[in-house]
Write a protein that binds this ligand. Structure first.
Ligand SMILES: [Zn+2]
Length: 495
């Protein structure tokens, strides 16, 4: 028995591996994370465009993505909320889209100009969505962060998982090295979702997502709110998918640096480089501190992960990869004591009364703020991670957001200096946080990502109507609050 499988994207081009007949991957063991399937078909070698092909293609791609994670980070045991299985819906109705919303990984089909596009037929797109789920399983807090760079990193992580899934495939590595021996030219691996972007270009010519996102790029970091909110196909704009290319650019350059530093430029060396980059990515994501400048925060965390796991052997490769995109790391600054606080140095997840009072004062003694504490080991340095969460008024941004707030997170690491409690790294400034949250909400408004009025969760999945929003206004207690419902993976506007 065997199935038909497209290892990359249906429109990845002539240099990519062609569709192949292969044995299906085994079902994920019950002790690890897996998928719930629907519209299943008996195992057959089926032609693209048929329901049987789509089912086996999406299933194979989903499992391949989790296995690519495991090649870098060890067994993956559960999804967010400690759930073993999530539905993988290879065809949830008519749309040119795909999403992850904690309830499912959902894919769609739509005919444009006589061509039917199936988002679940692209290994790139399936791995991207599964990537959101994998990241959500280790950092569920990212889901509710209202900073554009954190949302952009979530999108970038999906694209990184698509690239790692591709690089975990032997034929892909051989064909990639034939097409781009040093990885320093455009190729079918660093370009993702070629098929879906073609569909978007046919539906909405000139749209920003009408070209594939590219990780081999020369985009330079700038503060996202200083970028235009829209731009032509492939341009860098103030929008999460597009801005994510800053991070995927760093990640691709890291893979290239690690590979080009290896003695033999073989497919085996490429696999080693990809696994190592994936390991640093995932270890970094587990520890990264949530800040408005999150791309830098991730680079710092990856550097510290390398310091802790490999004695800093890859420091230059990481620094140079981020430097190419104008992200300067200064990783040790993250753990340098910067200000003494009142009170003795903290133990476990507690602060003395004096330290707490001093810290709250430095954070502005904001009314309605909450302080949560957790002990953490930042790559060998014990710290207490204090996070202030406070509401930010959004009324001035849109008439329908009157009385609505978004939550802002302000993390501070409290460690030890000379036996006293001390702030490690930087303290967020209240007005900076306000500006960052409002800038993110403005970007959501510009791309019509906030569902105004009543919402029915899962409406898109049932095909009842197209819903490309990622956020809703929900009443929590007596407070109207902006909340995320999903990551939508195509940035086209709902008509
Ligand atoms: Zn996405």
């Amino acid at each position: 028995m065997a199935i038909n499988f497209i290892p990359n994207d249906p429109r990845a081009g002539a240099t990519a591996p062609a569709i192949r007949v292969k044995a299906k991957r085994p079902t994920r063991p019950a002790t690890r994370s897996g998928f719930i399937y629907s519209k299943t078909s008996p195992e057959t070698v089926s032609a693209p465009g048929t329901p049987a092909f789509l089912f086996w293609q999406a299933r194979e791609a989903g499992i391949a993505a989790v296995m690519a994670w495991e090649a870098s980070a060890g067994l993956h045991k559960a999804w967010q909320g400690n759930r073993k299985k999530l539905p993988l819906l290879q065809d949830a109705g008519q749309d040119l889209n795909a999403f992850y919303d904690r309830d499912s990984f959902s894919f769609f089909h739509q005919t444009v100009a006589g061509i039917t596009f199936f988002s679940g037929a692209s290994t790139d797109v399936v791995a991207h969505e599964v990537g959101h789920g994998l990241l959500d399983s280790i950092r569920p807090d990212f889901f509710d962060v209202n900073f554009l760079e954190v949302g952009a990193f979530h999108e970038a992580f999906g694209d990184c998982m698509a690239m790692l899934t591709a690089l975990n495939d032997l034929e892909t590595r051989k064909k990639l090295l034939a097409a781009a021996p040093t990885l320093r030219k455009r190729n079918f691996v660093e370009g993702t979702a070629e098929d879906l972007s073609k569909g978007i270009g046919l539906l909405i010519p000139g749209h920003n997502a009408a070209k594939p996102r590219r990780a081999f790029n020369t985009f330079k970091y700038q503060i996202p709110s200083t970028l235009p909110s829209d731009g032509g196909p492939g341009a860098l704009i103030n929008e999460v998918h597009s801005f994510g290319m800053i991070f995927t650019g760093c990640f691709w350059d890291l893979i290239a640096n690690l590979f080009n530093a290896s003695a033999q430029k073989t497919e085996a060396a490429l696999l080693t480089a990809a696994k190592l980059a994936g390991k640093l990515l995932i270890a970094g994501a587990k520890a990264a501190v949530v800040t408005p400048r999150f791309m830098q925060s991730m680079g710092r965390a990856m550097t510290l992960a390398d310091q802790s796991l490999h004695g800093g052997a890859n420091h230059d490769s990481i620094r140079q990869a981020f430097g190419r995109h104008n992200i300067l790391l200064g990783s040790n600054a993250m753990l340098a004591p910067s200000m003494a606080l009142a009170g003795a140095f903290p133990k476990r997840a507690t602060l003395t009364q004096a330290t707490r009072k001093d810290l709250l004062q430095r954070l502005g003694n904001v009314r309605g703020a909450k302080l949560t504490l957790a002990s953490a080991n930042m790559f060998g340095t014990p710290v207490v991670q204090a996070v202030q969460t406070r509401p930010i008024e959004l009324g001035k941004l849109h008439p329908q957001l009157k009385g609505v707030v978004a939550l802002a997170q302000e993390p501070v690491m409290v460690g030890e200096s000379g036996g006293r409690a001390a702030i490690m790294g930087a303290v967020p400034h209240a007005s900076d946080t306000d500006n960052e949250v409002r800038a993110f909400v403005e970007s959501l408004l510009a791309h019509r990502r906030i569902k105004m009025g009543k919402t029915t969760k899962g409406a898109a999945a049932t095909g009842a109507h197209r819903n490309h929003t990622t956020h809703i206004v929900k009443t929590v207690g007596s407070q109207k609050m902006l909340q995320r419902t999903s990551f939508q993976c195509i940035c086209h506007r709902s008509e």
